[in-house]
Design a protein around this ligand. Structure first.
Ligand code: AMP
Length: 488
């Protein structure tokens, strides 16, 4: 078995690894570190949980430390682009921990916070900058950042970048980078557009692939419940009332949906918070802190927001709505069963989501054990009250739901300033804008959910009445071969 000490990393890095108690590289680290140390471009297919951050952070720090030179003013030697603020913070924290004995500087650049401190951090030059594309573009526009000194460029979670509509900013950023540089490109999946982008950015790359596309993680107890769409909320409240649920993430497809579900749960007496791209940085941090501290039992999140959350003791994942893309199912359920723990993933499936379920089962090559809770009288009664408190959502065909609804507000504002996004995605900007407008209108109507007492009564009644669901039995799922499970 390879040890970190076998890889030729600088001593201060080995010391930082020892501080963290890491001795053995994960498979992606063992493969990627020697390649990156040699200065080669790399294409990595790996998802969060495989140890991919250290797979690029360690050899990058090694290279920067071996060839020390000051970064240019307002510039940086290494640029890491990340799709979300949470992930950017997490990556920067990793860099800082591994650089603890190296004396290299690390800064983050993302939206939702003031410009001033970021400008000051960049002024004298930084060794490593971890940035989201929107805010970095703003700094470049203001000339408070320059890309002329970048020696190593990392694009992380490229597929997620695509979903967020970041491909155009990425191309613009890449066009300003020095031609002579090292490129590292990571993506959990490789849809054709990502393959094309990788082809444009990388020069003769080595490639490492750790998680085959769309495999499910062992140790996760998966099940599925058929349920009427309008009865999902009371069903969720019922399941969350189970003491076995210690800490859970509830996935919705839209930001508005996340808010509505969190609001309903709170009214039903369950500690819940929502997290998504429209929340301010402060709100996101508070929600995450409360979740980590165990004060919040259910964190209701969109795929994008959840992707960057590194919380280990998540006992349950609920797919309140099935994702539009099957790969997202794998990402979602992978939030539980981390660090060697078991986990439970329960998905709700309403009639209009049958085709999404079919796609997921096909992609993951498994049949998820299912339960039928349709026509459940207790849930029907609870749903009737829930509807009065917060009217049911307008039906949006899940296949037509635009993932770019989740575009961070900072970028959307910028796009609006620039007169829409027609250039970046011809013909689609109007559709996205229309859905957002609809969202706002419904949000106002939905703001009536004040009758907390009544909702609580019903939520509990439903919980009592639905005692036949005891959660799925273990072992019923046909496992698919997984070459690497998230760290344990
Ligand atoms: P990542 O895939 O980069 O999000 O990493 C997943 C988790 O694994 C993080 O909490 C890391 O700190 C941890 N980790 C990374 N590398 C190792 C390693 N070699 N040994 C043990 N844990 C690790």
């Amino acid at each position: 078995m390879t040890q970190f000490t076998d890889l030729g990393l600088a001593k201060p890095i080995l010391k930082a690894l020892a501080d963290k108690g890491y001795t053995q590289p994960t498979p992606i680290q063992a493969q990627a570190i020697p390649i990156v140390m040699k200065g080669r471009d790399l294409l990595g297919i790996a998802q969060t949980g495989t140890g991919k951050t250290a797979a690029f952070a360690l050899p990058i720090l090694h290279r920067l430390a071996e060839d020390r030179r000051p970064a240019p003013r307002r510039g940086f030697r290494c640029l890491v682009l990340s799709p979300t603020r949470e992930l950017a913070t997490q990556i920067a924290d990793n860099f800082k921990a591994y650089a603890a004995h190296l004396g290299l500087s690390v800064a983050t650049i993302f939206g939702g916070v003031k410009y001033g401190p970021q400008m000051r951090a960049l002024a004298a030059g930084v060794d490593v900058v971890v940035a989201t594309p929107g805010r970095l573009m703003d700094h470049l526009g203001e000339k408070s950042a320059t890309l002329g000194g970048v020696e190593i460029f990392v694009l992380d979670e490229a597929d997620q970048m695509l979903d967020l509509g970041f491909v155009v900013p990425i191309r613009k950023i890449a066009s300003q980078l020095p031609k002579d540089r090292q490129n590292l490109f990571f993506s959990a999946t490789m849809p054709s557009e990502i393959g094309k982008l990788a082809g444009e950015l990388l020069k003769n790359p080595a490639s490492v692939s750790i998680t085959p596309q769309a495999t499910t993680v062992e140790r996760i107890d998966q099940s599925l419940i058929y349920i009427e769409a309008q009865r999902k909320r009371p069903l969720l409240a019922e399941l969350l009332a189970d003491r076995a649920v210690e800490r859970s993430i509830v996935f919705t497809r839209t930001k508005r949906g996340a808010d509505r579900v969190a609001k309903y749960l709170t009214a039903a007496g369950i500690e819940a918070a929502s997290i998504h791209g429209d929340k301010t940085q402060g709100q996101r941090e508070r929600a995450l802190a409360a979740f980590k501290a165990g004060e919040v039992k259910a964190l209701v999140a969109t795929d994008i927001a959840a992707r960057g959350i590194d919380v280990n003791d998540i006992s349950h994942v609920f797919n309140y709505e099935l994702p539009n893309v099957p790969e997202a199912y794998v990402h979602r359920i992978g939030r539980t069963a981390r660090k060697g723990k078991d986990g439970v993933a329960i998905s709700f499936c309403s009639d209009d989501e049958r085709s999404l379920l079919k796609d997921i089962e096909k992609a993951t090559r498994q049949k998820i054990p299912s339960f039928d809770r349709r026509n459940d009288k207790a849930l029907a009664a609870a749903a009737a009250v829930a509807d009065k408190l917060a009217p049911a959502e307008k039906y949006v065909d899940p296949r037509k739901a635009d993932p770019r609804n989740n575009v961070p507000s900072e970028l959307r504002r910028k796009r609006n300033r620039n007169g829409g996004q027609g250039k970046s995605a011809p013909g689609k900007g109007g559709q996205g804008g229309g859905q957002q407008a609809q969202g706002r209108g419904e949000g106002r109507n939905g703001g009536r959910g004040k009758g907390g007492g009544q909702a609580q009564g019903q939520g509990k009644a439903a919980a009592g009445g639905g005692g036949d669901f005891r959660g799925p039995k273990r072992g019923g799922v046909q496992q698919v071969e997984t070459r690497w499970n998230p760290i344990d």
